[in-house]
Every structure is written in structure tokens, then in C-alpha cells.
Design a protein around this ligand. Sequence first.
Ligand code: EPZ
Length: 418
Amino acid sequence: MPKFSIQGPSQLQGEITVAGAKNHALAMIPAALLADGESILSRVPDIRDVKVLLNIVENLGAKVHHEAGQARIDARALSSSTIVPTQSGQARASIMLIGPLLHRFGKATIGHPGGCAIGRRPIDQFLAGFQALGAEVQDTGEAYEFTAKQLKGATYFFPFVSVTATEALMIAAAGIPETTLLKNAAAEPEVIALAEFLKQLGAQIEGAGTHTICITGSRQLQSSSAAMIPDRLEAGMFAILAASTQSRVLIKECNPEHLESLLKIFELMGVNYKRGADWLEILAGGVWRAPGKVVTHEYPGFATDLQPPLTVLLTQAQGATLVHETIFEGRLFYVDLLNRMGANILLCDPHRALVQGPTPLRGKRIESPDIRAGIAMVIAALIAEGETVIDNIYQIERGFENIEARLKALGAKIAKSE
Ligand code: EPZ
């Protein structure tokens, strides 16, 4: 199995250009299936999760042309409404295809969607949401069978915020020529960007970026084109990587406004940085103060996807920090791997970990549990004394384009081997 071998400690330097956002692209691909024509998505990251979803869409009959950075999608040739479990199991985002399939075929079948092993990842919000829009849902044990002669506008209140459930219902509602009101909706930048694209297709949408989104769709949606927004999770990871390795790194083509909660934590810790409209420069050197408490929260709060990388930085800060992971119940177990490297982290319960720092880290043989914990292991390896070998790196490559070469360009001693 492919693995990374990393020599540490490494001080890095240079500049990095942020890729288009994975989680924006994964919502845009289903949205493109609403259109009567070919849509063009640019700045699409060349990563496994995107390739998997494009492959599912192609298997449904759509015409897909994917080359470096660009995906052209034409749904006019769609011929199937079934996503088999072996495919849906590889891409949680596949559930966002249900709306376009219902509009086109009046039915859709999908195996249980997969996703990072960071918790149970149920889909009850999707099922309830589609039922609110008039779909019938049958759980056959093997798959979920959706049927709807015609979806209808509705008001749906999310009992808790769900990013892709918000996006899935927005996409479905964009094809309904009535008004749908989504309450307690997600307000992530990717949701706002998706709404902009749906408006380009011909839907009327108000309130994207707030917790109440009003959508009036249409049966005739025309194709359009859009560029993915900068990946705030990649930009944040590189910022944390620079601070963790006491490196000066310029992060280009990002949007620092999407990272305010991380930058606030940096200020509390004493991590110096400079910022511009589309760049962020982390300045080298310093003694980091433990911020005391970090709580993950829906946007604009501190992103759960940055929690694992930040926890690595916290192992190098002076003092104790309580990390409270409020979104997922299985997103802290990687701390055992950091403790094997020399960290001092007490896992109080599935949602809370107490990090004591600073602790020197030593290279070990570890594995990558999921995308974000995987890249956190890379950061830990760059701090640690000696060699670290990370197995299961396909998890990291699911979310970060060309990561080995990009880290090498910053001076990291990293090598990939079978
Ligand atoms: C999206 O996942 C992102 N994925 C995740 O990024 C991100 O961590 C998460 O939002 C939170 O920001 C994509 O956008 C493709 P949720 P999503 O529904 O939508 C529970 C990464 O590394 N829930 O907002 O699946 C759920 O278990 C990935 O890029 C239900 O209970 O997350 C969680 O506790 C990882 N029932 C909470 O809601 C449901 O039907 C929020 O999850 C749906 C969700």
C-alpha cells in the first residue's frame, strides 16, 4: 500500500497556491445535472473524491470531460437513476445527486453513502428533507429508493445544521417551480457559492449565507460555468503547517475572510501573520501560547475540518488547551497516534481532548485515519525528530491535490513509496 516517509524536523519556506475547494466542487457536480446543456466547472481540484463523484455521474449516463482543473458536465444523456452501493459507499456527496435524478426520472436509488470515518454519518436529515419536498423513501436494507412524480415546494427546518443536507435540498429545490424555505440551513462559503451557481442556472435564491434560504426554482434551467472558490480548509492547513514548523510561508489565491476563526486563534497563540485580499503569509519563529480552549462550530465558527491539524500545533504550544469537537463524535481518535509520537493528549470523551504542551515529537510508523487526520499526521511528522512513515495515504490524497510535490517544493523531506 502506498505510504509517505517523512524526515523531521523540517523548517519550510516558500509559497503555495491554494487549490479550488473540494467541498464546493462536490456540491457543484450534482447541481450541474439540473441544467439542460453542458456546464463548465473550473479550478476543480484533481483529487480522488472529485474523480469518484465524476465517475458516478458518468456511469449514470451524463457526458463528463475532466482534465486538469476543469470538468465539463452535460446531463442531457443521463440514462440511469441508480447509484450502486459500491459507488455511493465511496462518496458521501453522491446523495446530492438524488434531487436531479428525481427531477429527471421521478425516481432514484442509492446505496448508503460513505464518507470519512469521523462518526456515524447518518442521512436522516436527507431522507426527512426529501420527504418534505414530496418524495417517498423506501429503505430496502441494500439501498434507499426515492420516488416522486413531482417534487413540490415546502418549508423544512433542519433540527441541526447539516452542510450537505442543506446543499442537497437547495439543489432539489432549484428544479421545483415553487418556493422552498430552508430554515436552520448551513451558511458555509461553499453553500453561498453553490447558490450563486444555481442562480446562474435560473433559480431565484435569497438568504444563502444566512440560516434561512428561500429558493424558487424552475423546470427549465440552463447550463452555465463557474470557478470553484479557494479551498479554505487547504489554506488553513498550510497556515497551521507553517506555524507548526516555525516556517515563513506565503499562501496565495486564498480568501483569508474564510479563515477569521483560525486567525483569531493564531492571535491568541501569538502566531504572527500578514494578510491581503487573496493571500496570507505566516511569519516564521515564535513561542506559541496555548489558547486554553478551541471549540469547533458551524461556519463562521472554527471549522471541524481544521481541528486535527490545529491539535498538532497545540502540542507545541506552552500550556493546556481543551479541544471540543462539537460536530462529529468520532473525530478525535487520531490523538492516540500523536501520543505515540510523544504528545500529551488526554481524550476525555469522544468530543473533548486536553492537549498539554509543548512536547517534543518523535518519528513513528503510523497511519492516516481520514483526510484531515491524515494531513495532521503529515504536519506532526514534519515537527517530529527522525523518520515517520504514514500508511493509508490514499485518504490524504482524497482531499489534497499533488500534496507530496507541493510539500517538497516548500522544502519538506517527503517521499512516497509503495
Ligand atoms: C460536510 O460534511 C463536509 N463535507 C465535511 O468535510 C465537513 O466536516 C462537514 O460538512 C462539517 O462542516 C462536504 O462538504 C462534502 P454535516 P457533511 O451534515 O455535510 C450530522 C472533509 O474532510 N448529520 O454538516 O456530511 C453529522 O453526523 C469533510 O472535507 C446527521 O446526524 O456534515 C454531523 O454530526 C469531512 N444526519 C453533523 O450532522 C444527517 O442526515 C454535521 O454534519 C446529516 C448530518
